[in-house]
Design a protein around this ligand. Structure first.
Ligand SMILES: [Zn+2]
Length: 158
């Protein structure tokens, strides 16, 4: 089970619908919205405004709350551009828009570029802090200069 920096056990991501907050251990952030699926599907999602023009979609399959799926979008998922985290050498340097693919399928352009990955719930606070601090950089991003969202002991693995 993941443990946060205070040594507290983090059992996973929790969506607090009445307070409209996403929590993981002692960490908590306000959500723009939270959507619960029908019980049979058992999948919930929340959109967090990291900063203006940068939104993190957090999706939890309730059987796997310790490893939420995250996707980075400019605004609303699927209706706005996907975003990539751009690295340069050993540094993360910014966030770039991914243009719509010529075929008209947004997922096609995002594939392999958009920040879209499983993260440990205990790494979610670090991910949001990191994304908040990154400036916008010109796109389109190149495939071999995007960060895949990996963490190693709380630090981004680049
Ligand atoms: Zn395409």
């Amino acid at each position: 089970m993941p443990v946060d920096s205070d040594g507290e056990r983090v059992s996973g991501v929790v969506f607090d619908v009445p307070r409209r907050r996403v929590t993981a251990g002692r960490w908590s952030v306000r959500a723009a919205w939270i959507r619960r699926s029908r019980p049979a599907e058992n999948i919930d999602s929340a959109l967090v405004a990291v900063r203006s023009g940068v939104h993190l979609l957090i999706t939890v399959d309730n059987d796997r709350a310790e490893t939420p799926w995250v996707e980075l979008w400019a605004n609303e998922p699927d209706a706005s551009d996907g975003l990539a985290v751009v690295r340069q050498g050993d540094d993360l340097v910014g966030i770039a828009h991914i243009p719509m693919c010529g075929c008209g399928d947004r997922g096609c352009g995002n594939a392999g570029l958009q920040l879209a990955t499983d993260v440990r719930a205990s790494d979610l606070p670090n991910l949001v802090d990191l994304l908040r601090a990154l400036p916008n950089v010109p796109g389109p991003p190149s495939r071999d200069a995007t960060w895949r969202g990996d963490f190693n002991e709380g630090e981004p693995a680049i």
